[in-house]
Design a protein. Structure first.
Length: 170
């Protein structure tokens, strides 16, 4: 069963004021033309407010600053709300998958920190998660790992939401 990511509405995004960006990777691509090589760049950026909202952006341009700017703009369009516990972890274990990258996110106790690779760590930090264990399986492509992590975070539900779905009280 494929899970679709539910992005925040434009109105909700406008209410988030202090978004920070973190550059994950910049790729250089060369096209061979008559006069030599023509370079273009692509950038992957994670955007978040460190208070439960995080997104990713991908931009392409002929210059590095241009592609980073485009990626930041794109990241603001792909924000996801992340539920967290009182000690800064996730409510339950969750798995995400995108193409060949699979990620497992496990809640951690207070004081553990973020135990994850560079791409997953960036997403968790921008979301405001302070304690997390993760394991990636399959592809280590940063773009696919970031998307798999965001898919996993979008599957998270609070205990209150689950209780409401089941029609029971906590």
């Amino acid at each position: 069963m494929k899970h679709s990511i539910e992005y925040l509405d434009h109105v909700e995004v406008d209410q988030i004021t202090n978004l920070a960006e973190q550059l994950i990777t910049v790729n250089r691509c060369a096209a061979v033309v008559k006069g030599g090589r023509r370079f273009s760049f692509s950038a992957l950026v994670v955007v978040g407010d460190r208070e439960g909202h995080v997104g990713h952006g991908f931009g392409k341009a002929r210059q590095v600053p241009g592609c980073i700017e485009k990626a930041n703009k794109d990241g603001r369009k792909h924000l996801v709300a992340v539920p967290m516990t009182a000690w800064g972890s996730i409510p339950h274990e969750v798995q995400g998958e995108f193409c060949g990258a699979r990620i497992t996110l496990v809640p951690a106790s207070d004081g553990t920190g973020i135990i994850a690779g560079a791409s997953v760590r960036a997403v968790a930090e921008m979301a405001g998660i302070k304690n997390l264990l993760s394991k990636s399986h399959g592809s280590t492509n940063p773009i696919n790992l970031v998307k798999a992590t965001l898919e996993a975070l979008s599957k998270l539900r609070t205990p209150e939401a689950v209780a409401k779905l089941r029609g029971v009280e906590l």
